[in-house]
Design a protein around this ligand. Structure first.
Ligand code: GAP
Length: 457
């Protein structure tokens, strides 16, 4: 059998790790799965939650010029008329006259069906919104749509927020939530799904300052990914050409990530001008003007929109963190996840199940889990347990041995360097707090020492 050696990151490896370790499963898997729908498993839900929390913290909680919102997924049907989605949120499609499969013309090599070789129809427009009905009797029920973006919930609440928060320009409204698109081209794992989550900011500005804020948000959002550990060289800004601009956008730039399948959009930053507020004012008959008390002017603000995908962020973070290396003659797979994002922050590993070591360790476990997601792992050799934690991105393992019962000390092992320190249990919580916040491992607390006993691995 060929020996395992470190290799490059591929989507197959990411999908395999996600399924093996419980990050992400195909939706309705026991029925064979459902195309482009995914379920987040026990570790995936923690990772996704941490990504959203990190976004909410930087976007809303740490800023004076931003407030949050959580609006409904189903909205008044007129919203989609006003927003232009009913008419313009479409993709051209051709259909095979034989097997009736549908294809995007730009994906075809020739004019035949890629599946059965049959003849194709002329292209016709296909709306990407999911339609449903609202009301108890289907025939009388009104048509409703599952929102294809969270943004519209923000625009229609613009006056509510202005009236209740007394925010002045420039200010933003942020929202995270599910969006639905009946995508024609799917695939690449969670990159393009039919049900996904967005994290959107609608930032309202004076029209003459729109360019300045557009550039500000490009920089701000790019830096957010870098601060969460994504390598700067794996990110690029890509301005949209005139032809590819969405119907509402005056200007747009994507933040692309270098995924295993190539460069692709992670987030879009658009200057939506006054399009949305003007359209909703027209269709609802309600004024959505802003009154500038200093100049006594009434005008429609411009909107700068940084719109990110939660699932694409999760995928980019996993791809960027995935590493294979040789450690002590064995292939080690690890996720270099930023501690803020790691699903499990600390693993507690008693070296033996014998004596009263388990009871001693479980007391520490009870104490630590008040602060973080902690995993208590007692199965298999310590080396296997370290590898398991490396593979799910746990930044620190705390090992408890028989010596701990006597000297009240434990060892902390760092995921990335595999280095260890031994410290008194009395300072364990504060030491882990400092290390999770980025302090070097070898900055020792009182009574701590560098631990050389690496043979245990
Ligand atoms: N409100 C603007 C808007 O929705 P978009 O470029 O269509 O703009 C924004 O979507 C972000 O939402 C994308 O950059 C991507 O991260 C995410 N996204 C869009 N469609 C997606 C899909 N089918 N699956 C997963 N994420 C998607």
């Amino acid at each position: 059998m060929a020996e395992a050696t470190p290799g490059e990151v591929t989507m197959e490896k990411i999908v395999s790790l996600c399924q093996r370790r419980g990050f992400i499963f195909p939706s309705s898997e026991i029925y064979g799965g459902l195309s482009s729908l995914w379920d987040y498993g026990p570790l995936g839900v923690e990772l996704k939650q941490n990504v959203k929390q990190a976004w909410w913290r930087t976007t809303v909680q740490e800023r004076d010029d931003m407030v949050g919102l959580d609006t409904s997924i189903l909205m008044h049907p007129k919203v989609w008329e006003a927003s232009g989605h009913l008419k313009q949120f479409t993709d051209p499609l051709v259909e095979c006259k034989q097997c009736h499969l549908r294809w995007r013309p730009d994906e075809l090599k020739d004019n035949n069906c890629p599946s059965c070789g049959g003849e194709l129809t002329d292209p016709h427009l296909f709306n990407l919104m999911f339609k449903t009905s609202m009301g108890p009797v289907e025939e009388e029920a009104s048509v409703a749509y599952l929102r294809p973006e969270t943004a519209q919930g923000i625009f229609v609440n613009f006056q509510n927020v202005l009236n209740t928060t007394r925010k002045r320009l420039p200010f933003g409204i942020a929202q995270m939530g599910k969006a639905f698109r009946n995508e024609i081209t799917t695939g690449n794992f969670i990159f393009r799904c039919r049900e996904f989550e967005q994290m959107e900011i609608e930032y309202f500005v004076k029209p003459e300052t729109a360019d300045e804020w557009f550039n500000y948000w490009l920089e701000e959002r790019r830096n957010w990914y870098v601060k969460l550990g994504i390598k700067a060289e794996n990110l690029r800004l890509r301005p949209h050409t005139e032809e590819e601009l969405a119907h509402y956008a005056r200007q747009c730039s994507d933040i692309d990530y270098q995924f295993p399948m190539g460069w692709a959009e992670l987030e879009g930053i658009a200057n939506r001008g006054d399009y949305d507020l003007t359209q909703h004012a027209k269709h609802s008959g309600k004024s959505l003007n802003y009154h500038d008390e200093e100049t006594n002017e009434h005008f429609v603000p411009y909107i700068i929109e940084p719109s990110a995908g939660v699932d694409r962020s999760v995928l980019a973070l996993l791809c960027d963190a995935y590493t294979e290396e040789m450690a002590e003659g064995e292939l080690r797979t690890l996720l270099h996840l930023h501690p803020t994002l790691a699903p499990i922050k600390v693993a507690l590993l008693p070296l033996s199940k014998k004596g009263n070591l388990m009871e001693f360790a479980s007391q520490i476990y009870t104490d630590l889990r008040q602060c973080w997601m902690v995993q208590f792992d007692t199965t298999q050799s310590i080396g296997r347990r370290y590898r398991r934690q490396d593979e799910i991105g746990t930044p620190f393992c705390v090992t408890i041995d028989f010596q701990s019962l006597e000297d009240n000390q434990v060892t902390i092992r760092e995921r990335d360097s595999m280095n260890q320190i031994r410290i008194p249990i009395a300072v364990l919580k504060e030491t882990l707090t400092a290390k999770l916040a980025g302090e070097e491992l070898f900055v020792l607390p009182p009574g701590g020492q560098i631990w050389k006993e690496e043979k245990k691995e």
